[in-house]
Design a protein around this ligand. Structure first.
Ligand SMILES: NC(=O)c1ccc[n+]([C@@H]2O[C@H](COP(=O)([O-])OP(=O)(O)OC[C@H]3O[C@@H](n4cnc5c(N)ncnc54)[C@H](O)[C@@H]3O)[C@@H](O)[C@H]2O)c1
Ligand SMILES: O=P(O)(O)OC[C@H](O)CO
Length: 325
């Protein structure tokens, strides 16, 4: 009798044991992969519950390590955006790297794949982004996201490895559009939160989200991204989630600001990341450099910097000359 062909179980590394890293480890395990989750703080042997998502028990197929590098078939990088440059050189190996963080580097305006590319010019790079609250993905509730790489075949191969019935992935060859959308939605979510916290109402929020889609599209277009990407999961999909879901850290930060809280006090009371705070000035600077009009982004950045108060921010948005749609 002939031996059955042996199908190797893929090995997926997840770098970062924050909420999103834990959720991705759970999702990758559900896809049938063996998973190694890298945590910066050592995790005692046998601990299956990690601090960032306390209600979630890691599946059997996930092991946790605090050593690097982790050799795997695919590496998902889920550290906060402002720590990516520090992490990138430590990710030695040959596996494709998938950036799962959302934002721009504060000091350079660089996108996640620009940073990974500086340290890994010969490695395949991709980005994963979409409307995904970590807790729901960790629990296996239905969700969808996009994986984008310059090669559609490469993106499809990552989709094949990571997809499961509860985590539906779509392949894209527009990593620029996906990264811009994922970065910008956090800034807009802060704006939506400010509008709601200040009591401007649902009409204001809907208008803000819709006009944000236009301004994000302008920047993405200038950088070579596609309009269809901004209309997709990483764009409109994530704007809907993050600008309306009270579970969003960016939205809730904005909401508190709109209600009169001070940014420093909100940040001091949190130990989770709200990427829009550091991304807002970088995004506004990128828009200025490219002469792209992004009035909502500019206003959120100025409000966060303390150079506009709520009334001035309101005026800056609503007293602009009328235009066409
Ligand atoms: N939480 C979500 O629902 C979600 C969903 C999709 C994407 N993301 C993105 O994933 C990224 C990570 O967010 P998160 O929610 O997992 O973060 P988090 O707020 O849960 O925690 C951040 C984690 O990063 C770790 N960390 C801090 N400094 C570090 C460093 N220098 N090197 C390595 N690790 C460091 C912390 O120990 C902590 O575990 C962000 O870019 C975020 O936008 C988050
Ligand atoms: O909680 P937030 O605002 O960081 O949003 C989390 C995810 O990015 C939503 O897709």
């Amino acid at each position: 009798m002939q031996d059955k062909p042996r199908i190797a179980v893929p090995h997926i590394a997840v770098i970062g044991a924050g909420a999103w890293g834990i959720a991705l480890a759970c999702a990758a395990s559900r896809s049938g992969a063996r998973v190694t989750l890298w945590s910066r703080s050592p995790v005692p042997e046998g601990n299956r519950i990690l601090p960032r998502l306390p209600g979630v028990v890691l599946p059997e197929g996930v092991s946790v390590t605090s050593s690097l590098p982790v050799q795997a078939d695919l590496t998902l990088v889920a550290v906060p955006m402002q720590t990516l440059r520090e992490m990138a050189p430590k990710l030695r190996g040959t596996s494709p790297l998938v950036a799962c963080c959302k934002g721009l580097e504060r000091d350079t305006g660089k996108l996640p794949l620009d940073i990974l590319g500086e340290f890994h010019p010969d490695r395949p790079l991709a980005v994963l982004s979409g409307p995904n609250f970590a807790i729901e993905v960790a629990q296996g509730a239905p969700a969808a996201a996009t994986i984008a790489a310059t090669s559609l075949d490469q993106a499809r191969s990552h989709v094949g490895l990571l997809s499961s019935p509860s985590f539906r992935l779509y392949a894209s060859d527009d990593p620029t559009g996906v990264q811009i959308a994922g970065a910008a939605k956090n800034v807009i979510a802060i704006g939506a939160g400010i509008a709601m916290g200040a009591g401007y109402g649902e009409n204001a929020r809907a208008a803000l989200i819709t006009r944000a889609i236009v301004e994000i599209g302008r920047l993405s277009d200038a950088l070579g991204g596609r309009a269809a990407t901004i209309a997709g999961l990483s764009g409109v999909g994530d704007l809907i989630l993050t600008c309306t879901g009270v579970g969003s850290r960016n939205y809730s930060l904005g909401y508190a600001l709109g209600g009169g809280a001070k940014l420093a006090d909100i940040l001091a009371a949190r130990n989770t990341v709200a990427e829009g705070v550091a991304t807002a000035p970088a995004l506004a600077e990128s828009a200025r450099r490219l002469a792209i009009s992004m009035p909502i982004t500019e206003t959120v950045a100025a409000f966060l910097a303390g150079s506009l108060d709520l009334d001035e921010a309101h005026r800056q948005i609503l007293h602009r000359p009328t235009t066409t749609e």
